[in-house]
Design a protein around this ligand. Structure first.
Ligand code: NAI
Ligand code: MG
Length: 522
């Protein structure tokens, strides 16, 4: 047997591994094995699927779609609700897998369970209201009837990343399935086991065999095949890869939703409660070691409170416990991989070389685990530094001093991203008014990052380089459908009746236009 990381969960026996691997479609060409962030030793090998494997998986999904769509919404929702209950009951297993594959602190793994459970419940209970048939006022009253119908896209391709492998891997799948699609998911190279665990759990919840296909393997090698085989693609990851996916989808004229990176700002107004602002910043900047699309990387502070806020932030940061291993005993785990560590280290090194001040952290912690990095607070960051407007995706936050709301809004809107933002202020009306002027898909007031995304009835997504389309809410399920208009005439064709002068038909039409205008109807 291959050497494996010493942190492999005890319950993950060879038999369990075989039962997870069974869900991978295709035997691939060779295998690949991720390294566990706790000790940089191999986890479990999975096949490197090929483009042919992806095609075969999509063919099975396409056949299964007809039967799946023939079920009632209620029958599909029952599967999702059973999945919800199993997820809550069996969470310890998936928390172990998420920690082992990503290195994150257990509380942040648990947040994936919480969020996914909430999404599952919401769409299973209310999803039908977003996609139900809708009667539309017809062009000709009484004689005609028109209905807006939502039809499934067919096979949805899902390409998801490693940072939230359970939530980002399954939260888009659920509305896709409820809207009567089937799906092909490409697991991230770093986190295949978590996705396979979810696949096995959905089978236990009663999902028919071929409705959800999972392939493993290298993104650049088979990502295009997933786009080619799908009728719609749901991508979460980097802006650079998202652009490739969108270009490829454009050639096929299929829709995409793209949830990409951010460089998310948090504004501290002069009237903010500074302890709350510091707590919100620490949560939003350092959760999951900063490897979260909506996490805060820039803090924009009013000059009057800058020094007091910096002091509160440093105090809160110094209270964070770094650690590693399965279990709840620490707040910040290692980064997920060597490439994440390299990117974070290079952003900080570049900033320091160009004159930034390190107020806290600023160093790796190989004594804790190979990819650990200290929660880091920078000041004096200028536009020539990579860390200024480029996504770090790590536990690094920069402080920027401004002299008022206008300057804060201008600073927040710098750069090309627009995913999430936050404002701390005791004047919530003023903060709400500011929120509308910030280019971001969501703005939290007096919360760092979590409130908007936890509210699953509200749309979540990016503007600018942060993406296209939305998950959650109405759009989060409607995107997996095409609108179809079904128009029924009780009197036959609408055109001029045969044998009458066209002029009288036109005159009748004109009288109708004027009448409707006078009656103020539409
Ligand atoms: P990535 O965008 O390369 O990977 C995301 C997913 O896309 C993975 O499943 C990967 O296998 C797949 N992929 C890779 N190349 C592909 C291609 N040519 N066609 C289709 N799919 C492809 O991101 P990566 O390399 O894991 O992380 C790099 C940076 O991206 C991070 O440091 C971070 O800045 C950002 N990122 C943002 C995320 C977010 O939640 N918005 C999630 C992950 C990464
Ligand atoms: Mg990549």
């Amino acid at each position: 047997m291959e050497a494996v990381s010493a942190h492999r969960p005890g319950w993950l026996t060879d038999a369990r591994i075989a039962s997870l691997r069974r869900w991978i479609k295709g035997s691939g060409k060779g295998t690949s094995t991720a390294l566990a962030p706790f000790d940089a030793l191999p986890t479990i090998a999975v096949p490197s699927c090929t483009a042919d494997d992806v095609d075969a998986a999509a063919d099975l999904a396409r056949v299964a779609q007809r039967q799946w769509a023939a079920l009632s919404f209620r029958a599909r929702a029952d599967v999702i609700l059973r999945f919800h209950d199993l997820l809550v009951d069996r969470q310890d297993e998936v928390l172990d897998l998420i920690q082992w594959e990503t290195g994150k602190a257990r509380v942040h793994a648990w947040q994936e369970v919480l969020l996914l459970g909430t999404v599952a419940r919401h769409y299973a209970r209310h999803g039908h209201t977003y996609i139900a048939d809708r009667p539309v006022r017809p062009a000709v009253p009484i004689a005609t009837r028109v209905t807006e119908v939502r039809v499934p896209k067919g096979v949805v391709g899902i390409i998801s990343p490693w940072n939230y492998p359970l939530y980002l891997g399954v939260a888009d799948l659920i509305p896709a399935l409820l809207a009567a699609n089937t799906a092909v998911s490409k697991a991230d190279e770093q986190t295949p086991l978590t996705l396979l665990w979810a696949r096995a759990l959905l089978a236990e919840a009663g999902l028919p065999e071929h409705v959800w296909q999972v392939v493993t393997g290298d993104g650049p090698a088979i990502g295009a095949a997933v786009v080619d085989a799908s009728d719609y693609v749901c991508f979460t990851g980097s802006t650079a890869t998202g652009r490739l996916v969108a270009e490829h989808a454009a050639r096929r004229l299929i829709g995409v939703s793209l949830e990409l990176g951010g460089k998310n700002p948090l504004i501290v107004r002069a009237d903010a409660d500074l302890d709350l602002a510091a707590r919100g910043t620490v949560e939003a900047a350092f959760a999951n070691s900063g490897q979260m699309c909506i996490h805060i990387e820039r803090v924009i502070v009013h000059g009057k409170v800058y020094d007091a806020f910096a002091e509160a932030l440093l105090a809160a940061t110094s209270g964070l416990r770094l650690g590693q291993g399965l279990g709840f005993g620490y707040d910040v785990g290692p980064l997920a991989s060597q490439s994440q560590l390299d990117k974070v280290s290079s952003h900080v090194r570049d900033a320091v070389a160009k004159g930034a001040a390190v107020l806290a952290g600023g160093r790796p912690r190989p004594d804790i685990s190979p990819y650990s990095y200290q929660p880091t607070v920078l000041a004096d960051v200028t536009g020539d530094m990579d860390v200024c407007l480029g996504e770090t995706f790590g536990p690094v936050v920069s402080l920027h001093r401004v002299d008022g709301d206008e300057a804060a809004i201008a600073e927040a809107n710098r750069g090309r991203h627009g995913l999430s933002a936050s404002i701390f202020s005791t004047d919530t009306a003023a903060a709400e008014a500011m929120a509308r002027r910030i280019r971001a898909g969501a703005v939290n007031v007096n919360d760092g990052a979590g409130l908007a995304i936890a509210t699953v009835e509200a749309p979540m997504g990016g503007r600018g380089d942060s993406g296209l389309g939305r998950r959650h809410g109405a759009e989060g399920i409607r995107r997996f459908t095409d609108a179809q208009t079904v128009a029924v005439s009780r009197l036959g064709p609408l055109g001029p009746p045969p044998g009458r002068p066209i002029e009288s038909f036109v005159a009748l039409g004109n009288r109708q236009l004027k009448l409707l205008r006078r009656l103020r109807i539409r």
